[in-house]
Design a protein around this ligand. Structure first.
Ligand SMILES: Nc1ncnc2c1ncn2[C@@H]1O[C@H](COP(=O)(O)OP(=O)(O)OP(=O)(O)O)[C@@H](O)[C@H]1O
Ligand SMILES: [Mg+2]
Length: 426
């Protein structure tokens, strides 16, 4: 997929997601406003009911005390002191609230604003909140002789109570949003990963075609020369060309083997022999093979094999390939006069193999990726070194098969040191 299309899709999806979240927040806010309004309605209803009951009680008490006085003006203080006590009011309100399913702490009081006086109250500490935030209903509306009194009702935990009512909805919304955001980021990272992989595969195919093309054309040229009847053929001439064909053929076989080997690792079908191997012998063999390539570039390979015990249990072919790959890299990535040092020493029940070069080095960022299959450091135009990006992933797999560890230290333009620890496993 085109990079621009991917970025465009990400932007559109992000906007859609933010929009969706916005709508969600809007709906939740709306729902909470509706809840608040309905709560307020219920509270007004409760107040009306309680006021009604108080008035009925007052009438009854007044007529009981003094029928004449009751009709005109009953002594209100007497009423609050004797009959409408705080526990009675508390239970009246509680009953009405319970009927309507409101189960949260409440405070109340009877207040006369003209005289700024509380005739009755539950908690004197909450007077201010009661006046400022409480709901009010007037008592004794028909009583025109005395200054108005109000029944105040206040819920200190109103917000929390309403929130718990919305809690389920909020929780589901949050979970859904998390699921969507997670799937979205997962999809995006997968797309980028796949894109990277497909680019790497393309590079690999390009590289492979180039690598195979050179020996193939050399072989075909050599064959042409051999079959050309006009050329006078001496035995040396023929031998020379046959040698070229054999060499190139070997190169082709090695490359094919490398690709096949990677496929085998991929399938998890790598089989290791377990035989006694002298690592120093392996190193000597590999150096013998690679020396010419290094010397062509005026380079040297130094061998400092100090391990007193170089014998371990492992697979000779794979360990040879391992050393070869590391030495091949050290040579390939040293553009001028490679100076390569191979060291061994015995540490903590095993052998530490160190391969050091003074080549182009690898940046910290790239160091994390070079063991990935098909990964090659993009060297731009500076280097024209061919490779499949398979060597180090193979090396890592082999080290792990031998229960070992591999690490590296590297600095750009200073050089690289690969350290391979192989334990004795007996
Ligand atoms: N000694 C080194 N110095 C600098 N860069 C290195 C060195 N060894 C490896 N690299 C970097 O790590 C990358 C991966 O190495 P790896 O051996 O896996 O692949 P390759 O050498 O490109 O191809 P091949 O499959 O032929 O070995 C290389 O492309 C190179 O950029
Ligand atoms: Mg390599």
């Amino acid at each position: 997929m085109n990079r621009k299309i991917i970025i465009f899709t990400i932007i559109v999806m992000t906007i859609a997601l933010i929009g969706l979240m916005g709508i969600q927040i809007y709906w939740i806010k709306n729902a909470s406003a509706v809840k608040e309004a309905s709560f307020q309605r219920t509270v007004t209803e409760v107040l009306a009911k309680v006021v009604n009951k108080i008035e009925k009680l007052e009438k009854r008490k007044a007529s009981e005390t003094n029928p004449y006085e009751g009709m005109l003006n009953f002594n209100r203080h007497l009423l609050y002191e004797r009959f409408i006590t705080e526990p009675l009011l508390d239970s009246l309100i509680l009953l009405e609230l319970n009927i309507r399913g409101i189960d949260t702490r409440f405070e109340f009081g009877i207040y006369n604003p003209e005289r700024d006086l509380f005739l009755l109250e539950k908690d004197p500490g909450l007077r201010k909140s009661l006046i400022e935030k409480g709901s009010a209903a007037r008592l004794f509306v028909s009583d025109i002789y005395t200054s108005p009194e109000y029944l105040l009702l206040y819920f200190p935990h109103e917000k929390q109570f309403l929130l718990t009512e919305l809690w389920g909805m909020l929780l589901i919304s949050i979970i859904l949003i998390i699921v969507i955001v997670y799937s979205f980021t997962y999809t995006i990272t997968t797309i980028f990963h796949q894109k990277k992989l497909s680019e790497m595969k393309n590079d690999f195919i390009n590289n492979m075609t180039h690598e195979f093309k050179t020996p193939i054309s050399t072989i075909s040229l050599a064959c042409e020369a051999l079959s050309d009847r006009d050329i006078v053929r001496s035995p040396e001439f023929t031998e020379n060309y046959i040698n070229i064909i054999l060499e190139e053929n070997k190169r082709l076989a090695t490359m094919a083997e490398k690709i096949l080997q990677t496929a085998v690792i991929e399938k998890g079908q790598l089989k290791m022999k377990r035989e006694r191997i002298d690592l120093h012998e392996v190193i000597t063999d590999v150096i013998k093979n690679i020396r010419i390539q290094v010397e062509i570039k005026d380079g040297v390979i130094r061998k400092q094999c100090k391990a007193a015990n170089p014998v371990l249990i492992g697979d000779k072919v794979h360990l040879t390939n391992l050393v070869y790959n590391l030495l091949d890299n050290a040579n390939k990535y040293s553009p001028r006069k490679p100076v390569i040092t191979v060291r061994t020493e015995n540490i903590s029940n095993g052998i530490l193999l160190t391969i050091e070069d003074h080549g182009i080095g690898i940046s910290k960022e790239e160091q994390k990726k070079i063991f990935d299959k098909l990964y090659r450091v993009p060297t731009g135009n500076i280097q024209d070194v061919r490779g499949f990006g398979l060597g180090l992933s193979y090396v890592k797999a082999i080290v792990e098969e031998h229960y070992g560890r591999i690490s590296l230290e590297s600095e750009i333009n200073k050089g690289t040191t690969f350290k391979v620890f192989l334990p004795f496993t007996e």
